[in-house]
Design a binder for this molecule. Sequence first.
Ligand SMILES: NC(=O)c1ccc[n+]([C@@H]2O[C@H](COP(=O)([O-])OP(=O)(O)OC[C@H]3O[C@@H](n4cnc5c(N)ncnc54)[C@H](O)[C@@H]3O)[C@@H](O)[C@H]2O)c1
Ligand SMILES: O=C(O)[C@H](O)COP(=O)(O)O
Length: 613
Amino acid sequence: MAAPSPTTTHHRLLLPASTTHRRAALALAPSALRLPIRARTAHGARICAAAAPAASTASPPSSAAVAVEGKPTVLVAEKLGAAGLALLREFANVDCSYGLSPEELRAKISLCDALIVRSGTKVGRDVFEASGGRLRVVGRAGVGIDNVDLAAATEHGCLVVNAPTANTVAAAEHGIALLCGMARNIAQADASLKAGKWARNKYVGVSLVGKTLAILGFGKVGSEVARRAKGLGMHVIAHDPYASADRARAIGVELVSMEEAMTTADFISLHMPLTPATNKMLNDETFAKMKKGVRIINVARGGVIDEDALVRALDAGIVAQAALDVFTKEPPAADSKLVLHENVTVTPHLGASTVEAQEGVAIEIAEAVTGALKGELAASAVNAPMVPAEVLSELAPFVVLAEKLGRLAVQLVAGGGGIKSVKVTYASARAPDDLDTRLLRAMITKGVIEPISDVFVNLVNADFTAKQRGIRISEERILMDGSPETPLDYIQVQIANVESKFPSAISETGEITVEGKVKDGVPHLTKVGAFEVDVSMEGSLILCRQVDQPGMIGSVGSVLGEENVNVSFMSVGRIAPRKRAVMAIGVDEEPSKATLTKIGEIPAIEEFVFLKL
Ligand SMILES: NC(=O)c1ccc[n+]([C@@H]2O[C@H](COP(=O)([O-])OP(=O)(O)OC[C@H]3O[C@@H](n4cnc5c(N)ncnc54)[C@H](O)[C@@H]3O)[C@@H](O)[C@H]2O)c1
Ligand SMILES: O=C(O)[C@H](O)COP(=O)(O)O
């Protein structure tokens, strides 16, 4: 007979919480998904689950203005609009500390639940390490997240959200301003006149009408620039490997190859993110292909241009002029040849800097950060899978089932450290491409890993954590007959190549197997090994394998009754009458070791296990 081995588990939250607040968090606990969602779908945004408790008790930084006990602490490291700050203050202790050195940021961060930055603060691995696990959300008040180490954030289970829409128009307007200003030498002529000169012949410009503008990166800003340039009478083409040709056509823009963009454009405007693939995308080789006298505008990121190569192209006359808002190093060196070049117009990263955009960005990021801290769903998560709101809402009960099945399966393993392979089977009448299982997989992973480790698993770090522990999570679909209205018929979780402390949980094919369904919105355990049972998955569970004979329910029930342990449900699954059976008993209270030993001593009971759901 297997020795009783109660497994103690804590229901943890999707995002790390301070230990002292786990109790508060429990109130939120099905928590992982609190619906309805603060809808951002008006922007066409998709939504991803992130959850956490609303509070943390660690002392807030001394500089937080009114530090209220029990509220989370948000460090705002760069200037943020007043409306956003007001929203944050309704919910959190807000510490506005602008211009921190990297050392100061590292020193403060372990006292903060969330950090809000713009492009001027580098949030590297050192910051996540220094946070000691407390930092749960990084909010980028703007679009570009190249200053945040996303891999490190993910590894630390920290959600990164941005404000992707509020500064689009401002950036596009700045791009157009630079385009027009450069074509007519506005900045140079202004400086010349202020220096006492009247140089009418020197500053003859070029016209825009009829000229070809190539937009590289046809996303939000790129397409707004295109619309405006069309209004100026320009012929607009765009290169973007991921953009839809239909969307481009709808605004009269032709999508072309990089080669065609390089060789035909009179003006080139850059609007792609800085990634390893776009780093130094304009370089000696690409400048050599351009039309002589091309003009370049960059309001994206400095790093997408090889700046030394641009100086060479300007000196060689390949590039007639450049207008730059962004630089590889910001601020650039005072003696930067590029900045000081007479054919270059510069602004100090002002693309997003309009009053309207900054208020919008501040509100957008404050909503995203407070929502994530409250355990709501982040529409603008950048390091977690995005799941559409409607999908989340229908999957919500299956998410709870998924975590409980994972939690149950791992407790059945005799010594959990050796788990290498978890197989999940989803039985559904839906076509495979009509069922998004990423969230379910993350929750099963959470259920499997948390009881056997100290790590917090959430939607952000589930896949990473499983990989790091050498656990392969594989998924399989079974196509059922029936109505595709319900997303899933059942979920099965199997753990292969392990021994079980309840050997009856091992199926004919050799894996620990548990299966469950959602009935009336409640998760039910419907199969253990080869035995069919039907118990709702709440509280704790005793599984017994016994000889199927009369009086077993009464015998176990009376042992539990002697200790005043309330039985909430019972179900018996048997292979055949009077042969082996598995009895699943739900209990409201945790029985003492002595009581569990007494159950084990009932003669017909061959093995049993106590499990926490
Ligand atoms: N100067 C500023 O103050 C300012 C303000 C806002 C945005 N930005 C920057 O502008 C850029 C664009 O912002 P957005 O909001 O339009 O982003 P976005 O994600 O909507 O658009 C970026 C586009 O670039 C495309 N792209 C990716 N790789 C590419 C490649 N190799 N070649 C061509 N296209 C590629 C993507 O498919 C996408 O369509 C970002 O770098 C952002 O940080 C700067
Ligand atoms: O990526 C962005 O949103 C822009 O570059 C704006 O950056 P900022 O918030 O530092 O102005």
